[in-house]
Design a protein around this ligand. Structure first.
Ligand SMILES: O=C(O)[C@H](O)[C@@H](O)[C@H](O)[C@H](O)COP(=O)(O)O
Length: 223
């Protein structure tokens, strides 16, 4: 686990976006298409604002959320909305987007399509994650029902019932799919999340799901 400290969030966003663009282009040297999984939440937007303009062969990039809130894409909580508005614009609008949730469907009914479209495009080449102060990542929440299957299961994605701390049901990529990414990045802001990450290192994944994906990850931190 490698931690990079940045002087501020703007520098983090610009530097990380440049680095991610380089990783995508490097992967495209040896693959016809590459897969990038990215988070929702309040953290990644500035990275997307910079990455969307990068000179990448975006038409050969498949972008999907690390997890999704089961709400309409018009809902402000939707990760597909965030990714569509902040990342899949400018040059990156040429990328192919794989949604996890289909509006109006039951979350469980979305899993077969996810498996059919995602599995042929695994492993993830470039993974970006966020983390909650409760040490969750994607929608792998401490103590949530079905967490064991989400951490260790064979399925590439699972529908998870509404976590106690969240207002909606979720669909999440599972631990092995996330951990199997060829390049992994975690973005965290502030002292509270940094302290939570340092506590997580000595905790089991059931209590700190972020630990399921820390092997070989690069942490990008700013105050
Ligand atoms: O759907 C989501 O919200 C994300 O995928 C989730 O895992 C996020 O990365 C963390 O909850 C941190 O959220 P913030 O960036 O808002 O702190």
């Amino acid at each position: 686990m490698n931690i990079l400290d940045y002087p501020d969030r703007e520098m983090l966003a610009i530097d990380l976006a440049n680095h991610l663009a380089g990783e995508l282009e490097a992967a495209l040297l040896t693959h016809e298409t590459v897969t990038m999984a990215v988070p929702g939440g309040t953290t990644p937007g500035p990275v997307y604002d910079s990455l969307c303009a990068a000179d990448v062969d975006w038409h050969r990039v498949i972008v999907l959320p690390t997890d999704e809130r089961c709400v309409p894409q018009t809902d402000l909580r939707s990760n597909a909305r965030l990714i569509g508005e902040r990342l899949l614009v400018n040059r990156a609008s040429a990328a192919r987007f794989l949604p996890l949730y289909v509006e109006g469907a039951e979350p469980e009914d979305c899993l077969a399509e996810i498996e059919a479209t995602l599995v042929p495009n695994l492993p993830i080449s470039v993974l970006v994650l966020g983390m909650g102060a409760d040490m969750h990542t994607a929608s792998l929440f401490p103590g949530m029902p079905g967490l064991e299957a989400a951490l260790d299961g064979d399925a590439p994605a699972l529908a998870v019932a509404r976590p106690q701390t969240q207002p909606e049901a979720r669909i999440t990529l599972t631990g092995p799919v996330l951990d199997g990414a060829l390049s992994k990045h975690l973005i965290i802001y502030g002292e509270a999340k940094r302290a939570a990450l340092e506590r997580a290192i000595s905790m089991p994944p059931e209590e700190a799901p972020i630990t399921a994906v820390l092997d070989g990850i690069t942490i990008h931190w700013a105050e």
